[in-house]
Design a binder for this molecule. Structure first.
Ligand code: PMP
Ligand code: GLN
Length: 385
């Protein structure tokens, strides 16, 4: 048989699929792959059920339902003071994953350089390679996950097409500061490049802090692609409903890729997400507060077993340093071992690196029912406490 596509054939199954499969086989508590179990808002699910029965089940416009596009505009005006035109500056896509694929395939030509920040979410590098782009990777330094601004500046050149990053950031839980965003914006403007901002965790910023979209910074409005996902905002990861906002010429380019990738997204789910986005402020602040309480609950449990947790200002992931319990081996070995000996699944952070890191962290997802978090903590305590 002739070989498969070289960009893709170097990759096996994703770490999330692998660990979830292992968790299923061993009946472990799955705090690995990030899916917010037991957190789904019932009224939004009911709204989708109603839409399935009472609304169209045919292809909607490839741009998305007007109701959802208008809801995205209202949401972004409310939360960030962004003024967007729903017809030319929004696009509905099949999840953050398709948003990334369509944006990267729309903009990258072979040999274009793309600046990435490592640890890097698993989808980014394969898609850049598929488009023929060349990744320039800047590594954050743990445990504060500081962005080295000199190295960031050195990664940019006349060959740079775009920077792609994620804030709040999976897997580090880092929330980029305004100063860091300003430094990124200054480089994007200096080198005249695009910025793709994966902001799927925008409503998971804790301790009274707020999310700052890069697109709101001076000089960034026309060069930034902002990605959101109902999977994260409404704890409905299986729905795969995402949205992109960007200036009209960027949306036009991205649509050219979107129309050949999936073309459109289930209309009934779009309808229910439009309903969700129109919820009042209290809905979103309650969501953030609930997740913050879960963060504190799991960190408390992990600390009781002797783990040191890294700071967790955002996302629904907390990282623990495996050195803190004296584990002798790398993070991948640690995650395999705790599935077997404690019955708890986590994700090794080394999976988010293009080349081996010096870090030894395991990532636990806390978007789970409290009883599940408590049981996982108890199991880890029996093993390490
Ligand atoms: N970006 C990041 C950083 C993510 O963590 C995820 C999913 N967990 C996605 C994108 C993909 O989002 P979706 O499930 O909406 O495709
Ligand atoms: N983004 C989720 C995580 O980080 C997983 C999504 C997936 O499996 N593709 O756990």
């Amino acid at each position: 048989m002739k070989p498969a596509n070289t960009a893709l054939s170097r990759y096996g199954a994703t770490i999330f699929e692998t660990m979830s499969q292992l968790a299923r086989e061993t009946n472990a508590i799955n705090l690995g792959q990030g899916f917010p179990e037991g957190c789904e808002p019932r009224e939004i699910v009911e709204r989708a059920a109603k839409a399935l029965l009472e609304e169209s089940n045919q292809y909607p416009s490839m741009m998305g339902l007007p109701a959802l596009r208008q809801a995205v505009v209202a949401h972004d005006r409310d939360f960030y003071g962004l003024e967007l035109d729903w017809q030319s500056e929004t696009l509905v896509v099949s999840g953050g994953t398709e948003a990334l694929a369509a944006s990267l395939l729309a903009l990258i030509d072979p040999r274009d350089e793309v600046v990435l920040i490592e640890p890097v979410y698993d989808t980014y590098l394969p898609l850049i390679q598929l488009a023929g782009g060349v990744a320039k990777i800047v590594r954050l330094s743990p445990p504060e996950w500081r962005l080295p601004l000199d190295e960031l500046a050195a990664a940019f050149s006349d060959r740079t097409k775009l920077i792609l990053f994620n804030s709040p950031m999976n897997p580090t839980a880092k929330v980029f500061s305004r100063a860091e965003l300003e430094a990124i914006a200054a480089l994007a403007i200096k080198f005249d490049v695009y910025a793709i901002c994966d902001e799927v965790y925008e409503h998971l910023v804790f301790d009274g802090d707020t999310h700052i979209p890069l697109i709101t910074l001076p000089g960034m409005r026309d060069r930034t692609i902002r990605i959101g996902s109902a999977g994260k905002t409404f704890s409905l990861t299986g729905w795969k409903v995402g949205y992109i906002v960007a200036a009209p010429p960027l949306i036009e380019r991205i649509v050219r890729a979107h129309q050949f990738l999936v073309f459109t997204t289930p209309p009934n789910l779009q309808s229910a997400v439009a309903y969700g986005l129109a919820k009042d402020r209290a809905f979103f602040t309650d969501f953030t507060a609930t997740m913050q309480a879960k963060r504190d609950r799991l960190i408390g449990g992990l600390e009781a077993s002797g783990f040191t947790a890294a700071p967790c200002p955002g996302t629904y992931f907390v990282n623990v340093d495996i050195d803190s319990v004296g584990f002798n081996g790398d993070d991948a070995a640690f995650c395999r071992e705790i599935i077997e000996t404690a019955g708890v699944a986590a994700i090794p952070i080394s999976a988010f690196y293009a080349s081996a890191p010096e870090t030894r962290f395991a990532r636990f997802c806390f978007a789970k029912p409290d009883e599940m978090l408590d049981e996982a903590s108890a199991r880890l305590k029996r093993r390490f406490g």
